[in-house]
Design a protein around this ligand. Structure first.
Ligand SMILES: [Zn+2]
Length: 435
């Protein structure tokens, strides 16, 4: 019998569950953790290897004796891929990433305001086709705006609407309103939507500067202030999906109304926009952009001072939050390049004064490692977690912050477009037991 589409047996489920928390394990470790009888364990491991759900590697740890090298097992991820589509105000791109976090390709995706939904989805299809001959197993959409718990992007005013600078690239209205139905109608892979700073946090926590952190906060500076929170390897997006929205922390009780419905949000203040042309002109006495400032960070004391000030500004909304959450790692966006050191220095000085000492002493403030790939790598972590969760617990219910789109896309529908070929498929793909 072909077991490729059959449900998992209880022993197989136990092995996957153990590997979900252990990462890798030898057969002996699996036997101890699962408590399964030897014959059941052997059959479960063989069955999972046969179905391609497990992979086996040589153990690279210290050898304990002579003879055949020991092997370790892990959930097979290397051959599964996700297409991460970024709709940010400064970057739009499609990135193909394996579930184990390797970036396999990246292509720009023009998504300017005047572009229609069909032009953008055609662009995504072409991006993917250029990068792979195999359709990705899932898709993650990264939005440069808060993502509500129903998977919709929060429509709120952008800086230029509040008197600040225009975004480098205004996004089409349909992306800002609700891109899920539009994308759902076109693509046939499981789809998840998340805020881009949150994804970058997940990427850095799993594969970057916050590896091994119990509670990590990622701080995005370029392209709008934002933060992402990862606790024990899982993204925390809050009951309404807006956890980490640094730009919407109120810093002026009697400040201006913000389009999010709040008052005195950081986004409404003059200091809420690091790339405000007026501020840059006043500070540098010449027309410079943020990229010039970052380029001068190595040698121009004014640029260094400007970046240090940004760190001090961000410390204000962060300080109470860091005391209350008491994270071990604060990652500053590596997109700042050499400028990150000065932002960190400003943050460090201001947070030392304002965060309670036990929380400050436990906090590492570090520069990110993934730079422009942080969001896409985070998207692969989200896709992998969803895949493994579904493997170990097929009946798992959706948690807060997960898009309802997940469930509707668990099986491909008839008559939808293949993300690789752009061809409309009339037949369902073989039903798999996962995804
Ligand atoms: Zn606001």
């Amino acid at each position: 019998m072909n077991r490729g589409t059959a449900a998992l047996r209880p022993g197989e489920q136990s092995v996957l569950l153990a590997l979900q928390s252990l990462g890798t394990a030898s057969r002996r470790q699996l036997s101890l953790v699962t408590g399964l009888p030897r014959t059941t364990l052997t059959a479960a491991v063989s069955g999972l290897l046969e179905r391609g759900l497990l992979a086996e590697d040589e153990d690279t740890g210290p050898r304990t004796g002579a003879g055949r090298p020991a092997t370790v097992l892990h959930i097979a991820l290397a051959n599964r891929t996700v297409a991460v589509v970024e709709f940010g105000h400064h970057a739009q791109a499609t990135t193909l990433v394996s579930y184990d976090g390797r970036v396999l390709g990246r292509a720009d995706l023009p998504a300017r305001a005047e572009r229609s939904m069909s032009a953008v989805t055609t662009g995504i299809t072409e991006n993917i086709r250029r990068m792979t001959a195999t359709p990705p197993d899932s898709m993650v959409v990264a939005l440069g705006m808060p993502v509500l718990s129903d998977g919709r992007g929060l429509r709120h005013a952008r800086p230029h609407e509040l008197g600040g600078p225009s975004p480098a690239v205004p996004l089409p209205a349909w992306i800002r309103a609700d891109p899920v139905p539009a994308l759902e109608a076109v693509f046939m892979t499981p789809l998840q939507v998340a805020n881009d700073a949150n994804l970058a946090a997940l990427g850095e926590a799993e594969h970057g500067a916050a590896r091994g952190a119990r509670a990590a906060v990622f701080l995005r500076v370029l392209g709008g202030y934002g933060a992402g929170i990862v606790i024990n390897g899982r993204l925390f997006s809050g009951a309404g999906g807006v956890a980490g929205e640094l730009a919407h922390v109120s810093v002026r009780e009697d400040g201006a109304l913000c389009a999010c419905g709040g008052r005195g949000c950081l986004a409404t203040t003059a200091r809420g926009h690091l790339d405000h042309p007026g501020d840059l002109m006043a500070f540098f006495d010449e027309a410079v952009g943020m990229h010039d400032v970052l380029g001068r960070a190595g040698h121009d004391p004014r640029a260094q001072r400007y970046l240090t000030d940004i760190g001090r500004t961000l410390a204000e909304p962060l300080a109470s939050f860091l005391t209350l959450l008491n994270p071990d790692t604060l990652v500053v966006d590596a997109d700042l390049g050499p400028g990150a050191a000065f932002v960190i220095s400003g943050l460090h000085a201001a947070l030392r004064r304002r965060v309670t000492p036990p929380a400050f002493q436990a906090l590492r403030i570090v520069r990110g490692e993934l730079a422009r790939h942080a969001i896409a790598v985070g998207g692969s972590v989200l896709a992998r977690q969803r895949y493994v969760d579904a493997l170990v617990s097929p009946q798992r219910r959706l948690g807060p912050g997960e898009s309802g789109a997940d469930r509707r896309h668990d099986q491909p529908r008839v008559g939808v477009t293949d993300v690789r070929t752009g061809q409309v498929q009339r037949r369902k793909r073989p039903v798999r037991s996962v995804d």
